[in-house]
Design a protein around this ligand. Sequence first.
Ligand code: GLA
Ligand code: ZN
Length: 674
Amino acid sequence: MTPKVPFGGDYNPEQWPEPVWDADDRLFAQASIDTVTLGVFDWSLTQPAPDRYDFTLLDRIVARSTAQGRMICLATGTGAHPAWLARAHPEVTRVDFEGRRHRFGQRHNSCPSSPMFRRLSTELARRVARRYAGNPSVVAWHVGNEYGGACYCELCAAGFRRFLRDRYGTLAALNTAWYTTFWSHTFTDWDEIEPPSALTEHWRGPDHTAFQGITLDYRRFMSEAMLTNFVDEKAAIRESSDLPVTTNFMGMYRPIDYHRWAAHLDFASWDNYPPDDDSPAWMALSHDLMRGLKGGQPFWLMEQTPSTTACRDVNPLKRPGVLRLWSWQAVAHGADAVLFFQLRASRGACEKYHGAVIGHAGRSDTRVFREVVELGAELRRLGGVTLGARTPARVALLFDWDSWWALEISDGPSRLVRYQQVVLAYYQALWSCGVDIDVVPVSADLAGYQVVLAPALHLVKDDLADRLARVALRGGSVLTTFLSGRVDVDGNAFLTDVPGPLAPLTGVRVDEWDARGADVVNPVCLGHDDDRTEVPARLVFELVIPVGAEVVGSYRADFYAGTPAVTRNSYGDGHGWYVGTALDQPGVDWVVRRILDHHGLTGPHPDVPGLERTVRVAPDGTRLLFLLNHGTEPIEIAATVDGVDLLTGARVESGGPVRLDTAGVLVIREDECG
Ligand code: GLA
Ligand code: ZN
């Protein structure tokens, strides 16, 4: 088969009779569907009893896909445990945050520490891999499904204590890290330590804890415990197969630190279900975060709905052309596969109204099916030119689960500050300038970047402050914001001026901060002379005292009117920016635009609403320019490159007009220069 972007998705033919499979096959062929993800929730099918494995049906399904020449992403099937297992071993089900032991039901519900779950899930993975490893149609292994949630059972408590012994060595070190002299919490025996839940350190839910250090460590432990489940299954697969192993992530998903997981996956993959139908920057950020997991290597778009989700209160349709637009957006950001959930709709249960390539009636003359057919044909014509292509970003945005957790579990200054929103505002500003962005962990090598944004970097650990300083020293710009540089790896405040280790770089000191309701606006005046603008700011107002930094913006109201809100510090050959408040989007845009302009990194069409622009560079050096229109109006811009639009074959000449209809997409292969 000629190499091309794999196209298809989750397929569950075990849910319907075999004659329907024939119809599915015909429709798949019509839609150029060449890849199926099989067996994601097959555990009760493949192991109907403790001592019995039965692959008869899965054999037939796999054989059918193989005969049809389709590539198979084969799941281990451990995302939902069977009823017999929960009945025979009640400890495989989870204990929730309120301390309630769950009984059999739903999915993604296994206790990660349960020896029985671990043994049986690993054994199933081993058997699946052994059985199908020799099948040349199998191209990848899909372990579990959307790992997440948390368990608070006794087994997890014991696992937590082991995790803590490894982390701290001694109780003295743990007591110091957790600051247990507060509220008489000094631990004198490891067995006194409880998982932080509604029964222990928490009130009003998982974000309200008496001890940030304990809760931070429990989140780290849970993320680690589930990673162990993945690693166990992967090792079992490795006994008989060298094929790449992945599990489907969920983008910005708080409970799991994907940066800690990334090294264990052979490639990253994720499920794109944006919060609403007007979130192009949210999706772009999520794609870039997923691409950043494996150092910029392409990822798979493992799931997206062709039309509508089912789990929300209100589930809108993707408008005509949006299925195509969002699929190309994924490719524009580094996806090397475009897959759907689901290829055919379930007849029963909670996803029966979830969008599918093929609906209950099995028709090919539906709008959705036609759009899938068109996209399939387009991807076929495109061939393999995007495969393995990398994003040439000079701008990095730091994303950090520890900071996310630490910020949102802290009491004070404001529960209204949400990590994702702060990060998204800065990403959105970069995105609308059409600049390529790497979203990277705080441990990433920053040497290749001219601009590094570190919004809401609440927790600063290891040598991060030094590495950020070095970006500025060699002429780069670093930006950080309010509530950054506040705590160390244990969630304890630094015994220095705020923003802690970021103070030398930013050249400021923050002694006080004011938090107000979302309706309270303190305008910030940005810039000087003829480049002056006033923008709203909200939520948190830090009282910023320059210690060498120049003032870029000042508050206009309240007792701190006239004092700095935004500053820029000269540091080495570069700059450290500090934004002491939650500027509304226009303010964030203003600041980010100044930084990009300074480095000549602003894209050629920064002010065109809805326009998205990314670049990928193929392994052979071919430059691909993606232009997408997420807006409600057609876009006409002047081309900045010579090349060919690979989707239509049309020539594009630099300076000449380029037109993008609403939901329009261009993939321009740039001519080789010189
Ligand atoms: C997730 C799951 C799928 C399905 C879809 C529905 O991504 O992995 O099994 O439930 O959501 O949107
Ligand atoms: Zn548990």
